[in-house]
Write a protein that binds this ligand. Sequence first.
Ligand SMILES: CCCCCCCC/C=C\CCCCCCCC(=O)SCCNC(=O)CCNC(=O)[C@H](O)C(C)(C)COP(=O)(O)OP(=O)(O)OC[C@H]1O[C@@H](n2cnc3c(N)ncnc32)[C@H](O)[C@@H]1OP(=O)(O)O
Ligand SMILES: Cc1cc2nc3c(=O)[nH]c(=O)nc-3n(C[C@H](O)[C@H](O)[C@H](O)COP(=O)(O)OP(=O)(O)OC[C@H]3O[C@@H](n4cnc5c(N)ncnc54)[C@H](O)[C@@H]3O)c2cc1C
Length: 661
Amino acid sequence: MDKNNERECNEDLIRERRKCNFNIEELTNIVDGGKARTARRREIQRLLINDPEFLDEIPQDYMSHEDRYSNELRKSAHLMQKLADQESGHDIHQDIGALTGILKDGNPLMVHLSMFIPAILGQANSEQQEKWLGRSLRNEIIGTYAQTELGHGTFVRGLETRATYDPTVEEFVLHTPTITATKWWPGGLGKTCNYCVVMAQLYTQGRCYGPHPFIVQLRDEETHRSLPGITLGEIGPRLGLNSNDNGFLKFENHRIPRTNMLMKHSQVLKDGTYVKPLHNKLSYGTMMLVRVGIVGACSRSLQYAVTIATRYSAVRHQSEIVPGQPEPQILDYQTQQYKVIPQIASVFALIFSARSLSKIQSSVTAKLKDGNTDLLPELHSLSSGLKALSSSDASWGVEVCRLACGGHGYLASSNLPRTYTGTTCAITYEGENTVLLLQVARYLIKSYRSIGKETGASSVSYLADQTSLASSSSSFSNKALVQAFKLSALSLVAEAEARLQKLCDMGQEFYHAWNYCSVLLLKCAEAHTRYYICEKYEQTVDSLKASEGVKNVLQSLCRLYLIYHITLTHGDFLKCGALTPRNIAVLEGEMCDLLAVLRPQAVSIVDAFDIPDELLGSTLGCWDGNVYQRLYDEALKSPLNKTDVPDAYYKYLLPLMKSSL
Ligand SMILES: CCCCCCCC/C=C\CCCCCCCC(=O)SCCNC(=O)CCNC(=O)[C@H](O)C(C)(C)COP(=O)(O)OP(=O)(O)OC[C@H]1O[C@@H](n2cnc3c(N)ncnc32)[C@H](O)[C@@H]1OP(=O)(O)O
Ligand SMILES: Cc1cc2nc3c(=O)[nH]c(=O)nc-3n(C[C@H](O)[C@H](O)[C@H](O)COP(=O)(O)OP(=O)(O)OC[C@H]3O[C@@H](n4cnc5c(N)ncnc54)[C@H](O)[C@@H]3O)c2cc1C
């Protein structure tokens, strides 16, 4: 699509784009993280969208389960080959965002890239990396991360798969003792992978040392047949991600060499002696790493959905605002703005938080190299909280965008249903959100109770700021609103701690008291994480060196985000005295003003996300706004339209209609 050629474009969109009062390219650079990154992303995307190999012969929704799998595997393999052939040597992990949209409904190599390789990087020692890292990066072996079992996903300590060390032959015996111990869910495990990292209970010298990672060959490298002692298969259709061949796996006393235990952090020596790690949760490192990645992935899903909903809302006309006047663009309805524009604001919130989190991750990883694990709990808490809020915000945001498109949003060709099913799974995988938020709450209560002891963990240092509990602000600057979030989080933590203590003082065991307070604890964790996101948003926008136009847009989006979330949870702000009922009413009014200010810029802001039509894959969201023709053309691709009268008519409908004769 030639973006300079206005003649081919829908008139409403042309008018919207003429209202733009900021530099779109500059905003695109901010979204990408710099000019160089924008250039790199575009270079990769150009390479992909001009390649006919990535086209589907028929829309995926008309394919069988097997065909979907093999079609996406074909494209995934081609993508890998293509990226490997590039002289610039693409780092697939760095560039993963550029690939969004090219593979649809998950892909069979997703967990190989996002977990198997990171598991080798984070859990294997240098000899083991020598053996497996290069081979997996070159895709000579394809792996997955097999942790979840039929009986246990959340409770990792409850896994039943056993790895029992046999010192006489220096081997581990992997065994699935029960049906509930069957590995269940790992992406790519069903038919694609020939290796995997298995999390299994380590038994040596008669003791169990808890879940540890092992690398296991599953299939013959020549024939791809599953090895003796190993049962493998695919688990069947799912809500989404149906190209991912999520699988099951059972071991029947399957033996692997001792050196297949990933030994970067803990070891089993030849005689069976266990050497413990620096920190006993280092074996959970792969999950933590991916949780950080999920925050960025969620912001991308939301960018896709909100681009579709915003452009469509500018093209679609319905009903009337002024009686008898022409039907307005639906984007002119305040209620429609309230659906779409806060989702645009949310994209930036997630982008800035994801960046801040990955900086913290890099510094924790650097410290870990020197044997310092002090900040691991801080990273665990932040990555858990942000994974949870980003996935739930993005899922809800995508769904709101879908609803904002009325009936057409229900059509597969809008690409909103698949964007939704591909986002909502992140609420469950990589740690179910409620469970992760309760981990955050655990950290908050512990930190609150150790006020005065220096931990170096900055995200919770505000819990020591008891003076702020009394100080309700009368100013409404963005900074002051962020302070209100802080106050709300702090007072929820104080309330939860007091409630826990009271129950314990009344004789309840701590763990029962914990369960009894867990709805409130969940709120604490959400409030704390929301405060973190709001603070990063405000600080990033405030310190941004940008032109006035871009800065104004981001200031308004940031302010909208702050006010929007205050209004969603206003009870918490009132309860702690951070804001008065009058304040809330004023802010609600200002939120509507902000919607009106941002309304004329909405199309240009989503244009700055710079998603090519070929990747957006949506009849409703295309750049030129030629929505109705595209909807019609897509409908014609339905196999039912191949004939005027379908066979099923003769088989079923005709006999029914004639039966009364
Ligand atoms: C470089 C490239 C990166 C690329 C990234 C690209 C991204 C692309 C995006 C998208 C593609 C993604 C595709 C993925 C597909 C899905 C994959 C899967 O789903 S794999 C399965 C996931 N399964 C879970 O996540 C289980 C969840 N459960 C758990 O993690 C644990 O069971 C947990 C944390 C809930 C409880 O663990 P406990 O029972 O062992 O621990 P307790 O007793 O509760 O706590 C003990 C202490 O340990 C700390 N702790 C727990 N985990 C920790 C950790 N990881 N680090 C540090 N401390 C930790 C706690 O804070 C606590 O500390 P105190 O005692 O209070 O001081
Ligand atoms: C699309 C998809 C892909 C996946 N890919 C992989 C993969 O590649 N590899 C892999 O190993 N796994 C994978 N999984 C599995 C995934 O990690 C687990 O499903 C997830 O961790 C949740 O665990 P569960 O299914 O046991 O849920 P459960 O823990 O049984 O959750 C059910 C309910 O119980 C609640 N609950 C559980 N424990 C607690 C608690 N302590 N406190 C309060 N409430 C609690 C939860 O909040 C939830 O409401 C995948 C899952 C999906 C959906």
